[in-house]
Design a protein around this ligand. Sequence first.
Ligand SMILES: Cc1cc2nc3c(=O)[nH]c(=O)nc-3n(C[C@H](O)[C@H](O)[C@H](O)COP(=O)(O)O)c2cc1C
Length: 238
Amino acid sequence: LFKTRITELLGIEYPIIAGPMANLSRAELISAVSNAGGLGILVATSHPGPKELREEIKKTRELTDKPFAVNVTLLPASRPIDYEGFINASVEEGVNIIETSGRSPEPYMKLLKDAKVKIMHRATRTKDIQTAERLGVDAVTILGIEAAGHPGMEDVTSFLRIPLAVEAVKIPVIAAGGIADAHGFVAALALGAEGVLMGTRFMACQECPMHQNAKEWLLKLGAEDTILIQRSIRTPQG
Ligand SMILES: Cc1cc2nc3c(=O)[nH]c(=O)nc-3n(C[C@H](O)[C@H](O)[C@H](O)COP(=O)(O)O)c2cc1C
């Protein structure tokens, strides 16, 4: 029932992906998701440099023999980031799925293509996933305003974004933003997505290295408790 082009492409059992979360998507969480048949994604930029990322990849590999990916978040940063070094380290450690987010993957496409990895890109706007398709990525994730992290400037919901994305590209679309249970998963597939990517949903799980008090606080929050910050500097973050 849940075989899609995403399960085929990534070699996973269920089209369920744990969205990369800075400092939380560590070996324990990533391996737990991959062992359960989904796809875990490590965050390269949570590590000071490629050396530390290699150690995390090795640790993850000790905990799972299932596929997992590395995300490279291409957002403006206050320190120079060795993106090429992170990508090379991932490839050399045998990771064969790389996800990019935050900005167009264009400057790194040659490197990624030459390494023959599967490339996923995550974005909020239809035109950005079309660009990613043109650049040669294998799958795209579309984010609605409900998404934690960087949901874009336009305030367009996942329910609108998903079917528009599915119409706009030929490669498989993964849906993200506000999906947290089986209902959302099935709804996303009904809208034409071939997989889901969830972030917030994984924050409260046992394998997530967030403080227990924060997990308990998170579970008490309601639908109106999301705050969007940094809008005035055009980089809204939820
Ligand atoms: C705590 C947290 C940290 C995140 N860090 C990153 C990050 O470093 N890079 C990135 O591309 N996305 C990041 N995200 C976004 C997620 O990968 C994903 O797109 C988002 O959580 C999906 O929306 P949802 O939380 O409604 O499921 C983060 C999300 C959360 C909740």
